[in-house]
Ligand binder design. Structure first.
Ligand SMILES: Cc1cc2nc3c(=O)[nH]c(=O)nc-3n(C[C@H](O)[C@H](O)[C@H](O)COP(=O)(O)OP(=O)(O)OC[C@H]3O[C@@H](n4cnc5c(N)ncnc54)[C@H](O)[C@@H]3O)c2cc1C
Length: 402
């Protein structure tokens, strides 16, 4: 973890939240604009024994477009050693006829994406950020008040420090306090579901195949990991999550095998389990005076389609583009460009993800028939499948140079 240095109080940019989105943004900005002084305010203590909240035992599916950006930003050559290519994805509805399959070869790609355990990204960013002269950490700390003036944002920290900057970028995750302090209004929708994650060992090779299976026990995603393991994301009703977490390993393996079936083979062992309550949170604005949101602070989604961090990577790409050649990073034109670049992509992905959750959580026979007809049609008809494949590969929104 980077060392804390609290000697400065005037910055070009303050990043609130040093998780996956905030740290990646800091790395990109520090390289793109070495002349700018950047502060990162992170609530969690970098010296504590606990794993940083953002870089826990989760794995993420990175779309091919996101991998290209990580490559461009100089991170992929190191991450690749611990990533597993995603060569095909099976989407099916257990107990019904509908299924569809996306393969990288159909789209002349080596892989639709890559699956990475987030701790590898955390370790790499932490090493890289520790050696950047233009970054200053305030940690463990958080913003308690924000005072806007025409030329800057002034923030008070819980430690008593007062910082000013041209631009405040908020990447504090879905429950961000600074977002509220900055006056962003929100809408939220609690799905009353939780995601249970665990790594599963397999009795046979997974052949770089991912599964998204909709079952009467909730959607189950299996993402292939290195060393013939699967990363499981099992969405269940909130009240069922505690029971599944309390099971011993053998009983848990039996439960997931029974719920998923044998399409992905036989599960032989399960690693540590964790749960995440699932709520859709969307602010009504992307930017306000000298302030912008990104990552989960801007779009806190259901993990069903594995889109949250892919969106965050495109937020960062858009910010780099908007800030390119800016002399004042908090200028109205910079913020307006960022908003314009992000609005449609975020709306589309939020809509698509929410529709998937609602469509596949619905047990009505009519809805089941419609979604199975849709899956079957996609299996037969490439033009119908293409949008799903493009989404999986994250190729909706390329912003040229950045
Ligand atoms: C089960 C699961 C599976 C997922 N799978 C995928 C996937 O396959 N593909 C994908 O693209 N996405 C996936 N996601 C989404 C992805 O994990 C998130 O998009 C990503 O974590 C967002 O990062 P973030 O930095 O915005 O937020 P967070 O990870 O929440 O980090 C926020 C950071 O801000 C800090 N913080 C919080 N409050 C404050 C404060 N007041 N002051 C200072 N610091 C603060 C926190 O300590 C933390 O370090 C998944 C999510 C879940 C839950």
């Amino acid at each position: 973890m980077p060392a804390t240095n609290q000697s400065n109080s005037r910055f070009d940019i303050i990043i609130a939240g040093g998780g996956m989105a905030g740290s990646l943004l800091a790395w990109c900005l520090a390289q793109a604009r070495p002349e700018w002084q950047i502060a990162i305010i992170e609530r969690q203590d970098c010296h504590s024994e606990t794993v940083p909240a953002s870089f826990d035992s989760r794995s993420i599916a990175l779309a091919a477009g996101s991998v290209s950006l990580l490559q461009r930003w100089g991170l992929w050559p190191v991450l690749a050693a611990n990533a597993c290519p995603l060569e095909q994805i099976w989407v099916s509805d257990r107990g019904h006829f509908g299924k569809t399959r996306l393969t990288a070869s159909e789209y002349q790609q080596a892989a639709l994406g890559q699956v990475l355990e987030v701790e590898h990204l955390g370790n790499l960013l932490s090493t890289k950020l520790a050696h950047r002269a233009n970054l200053t950490y305030f940690q463990p700390d958080f913003i308690t008040a924000i005072t806007p003036t025409t030329a800057c944002q002034t923030v008070q920290l819980s430690s008593g420090a007062e910082l000013t900057s041209n631009l405040l970028l908020i990447a504090e995750g879905g429950l961000s306090q600074s977002r509220q302090l900055a006056g962003f209004s929100m809408s939220s929708d609690d799905y009353q579901q939780s995601a249970i994650i665990a790594n599963l060992a397999l009795a046979q090779p997974h052949n770089n195949t991912a599964f998204e299976r909709f079952t009467e026990h909730g959607p189950i995603a299996l993402l292939p990991l290195t060393n013939q393991r699967y990363s499981l994301v099992w969405t269940v009703a909130r009240e069922a999550a505690a029971e599944l977490l309390a099971l011993d390993d053998q009983a848990f393996i039996a439960a997931i095998q029974q719920a998923f079936g044998y399409r992905a083979g036989v599960f032989t062992a399960a690693g540590a389990r964790a749960q995440y309550p699932l709520t859709l949170r969307r602010p009504d604005e992307i930017v306000r005076h000298r302030t912008a949101l990104l990552g989960n602070s801007l779009h806190n989604l259901h993990p069903i389609a594995g889109q949250g961090f892919n969106l965050a990577i495109r937020d960062i790409q858009a910010l780099l583009l908007a800030l390119n050649e800016a002399s004042d990073p908090g200028d109205y034109k910079v913020l307006r460009t960022y908003q314009q670049l992000r609005e449609q992509d975020i709306k589309r992905v939020v809509w698509f993800t929410d529709a998937l959750v609602r469509g596949f959580s619905n047990n009505s026979r009519l809805v089941a028939l419609a979604r199975n007809a849709g899956l079957a049609a996609m299996l037969l008809c490439d033009p119908l499948k293409r949008p799903l494949a493009m989404q999986a590969m994250g190729q909706g929104q390329p912003y040229a140079k950045y």
